[in-house]
Design a binder for this molecule. Structure first.
Ligand code: NAP
Length: 256
């Protein structure tokens, strides 16, 4: 690997990495040499994910810390635990996120709040705690996982659209306050990614052909498509990239 992309010795926390995209990103950072802290709420699922990854990377570089990213106290305690027990936190990927599909006229404010706090406020809470140490050391990388819904709306997912749009501007706000201290904060906005969770959409002929027609690259994304950009934004190769949101969507957001 080119030295610019080498993450050897860097400690990374990936929120929501017990499965899905976060798990793939955590594995990608570990492949680039990072020491990785996995996170999720479900302790059994997290332990199983950490055990599986530890088999792949048997050098003791895989750690796990269960906490709810919407809980300010838990975020502060967990970042302090990582700094004390694993090492100085240099890379944070704010990936944990949820979806809730219902037309806006039927949307309960409790569900609005739940999505906003998981998909947006969490990045502020965990980002703020991570940034304290990063600022004092004069270096750090924060990557916020956005979505094509950062830019484009669809019916029935209003809180998700509001949260993901807000996350791009939070990325800019973090940049405005922390870039001068040596931090680079950027966003990755994945398009439609073929995972276990979206297999039913891939199998739905109508939806699948809409996606293919709507995507200049004429295919679904894969979790591996996100790894290269994440390693780039976590590494020295992106030292003057500040406050950007990179769309990894096969071109979906540049065409109508
Ligand atoms: P997923 O498979 O549903 O996994 C979500 C992860 O987040 C799990 O590890 C889950 O932990 C964790 N999580 C949820 N709430 C949490 C909380 N309050 N505190 C800590 N961890 C929590 O999700 P995904 O599809 O990989 O999506 C990951 C991110 O990518 C999200 O931000 C999503 O919006 C974004 N994204 C996804 C797609 C896509 O096509 N899938 C496209 C664009 C953007 P538990 O296992 O403990 O529940």
């Amino acid at each position: 690997m080119h030295a610019l992309f080498d993450l050897t010795g860097r400690v990374a926390l990936v929120t929501g990495s017990s499965r899905g995209i976060g798990n793939a990103l955590a594995r990608g950072l570990a492949q680039a040499g990072a020491t990785v802290v996995l996170n999720g709420v479900n302790e059994d699922r997290l332990a199983a994910a950490a055990e599986a990854m530890a088999q792949e990377f048997p050098e003791g570089r895989i750690h796990a810390r269960a906490f709810d990213v919407t809980n300010a106290e838990a975020a502060a305690e967990s970042v302090a635990w990582i700094e004390a027990n694993v090492g100085p936190l240099e890379i944070l990927i704010n990936n944990a996120g949820i979806q809730h599909r219902v037309p806006m006229l039927d949307l309960d404010v409790k569900d609005w709040d739940r999505v906003l706090s998981t998909d947006l406020t969490s990045a502020f809470l965990v980002g703020r705690e991570a940034a304290r140490g990063m600022i004092s050391r004069g270096r750090g990388k924060i990557i916020n996982i956005c979505s094509v819904q950062t830019d484009l709306a669809r019916p029935t997912i209003a809180p998700y659209i509001a949260a993901k749009g807000g996350l791009r501007n939070l990325t800019r706000a973090m940049t405005a306050e922390w870039a001068a201290s040596g931090l680079q904060i950027n966003g990755i906005a994945p398009g439609y990614i073929h995972t276990e969770l979206t297999q039913n959409l891939v199998d739905d002929e109508k939806f699948n052909s809409w996606i293919l027609g709507r995507t200049p690259a004429n295919r679904w994304g894969t979790v591996e498509d996100l790894v290269g950009p994440a390693v780039w934004l976590a590494s020295d190769a992106s030292k003057f990239v500040n406050g950007q949101t990179i769309f990894i969507d096969g071109g979906m957001t540049v065409v109508v």
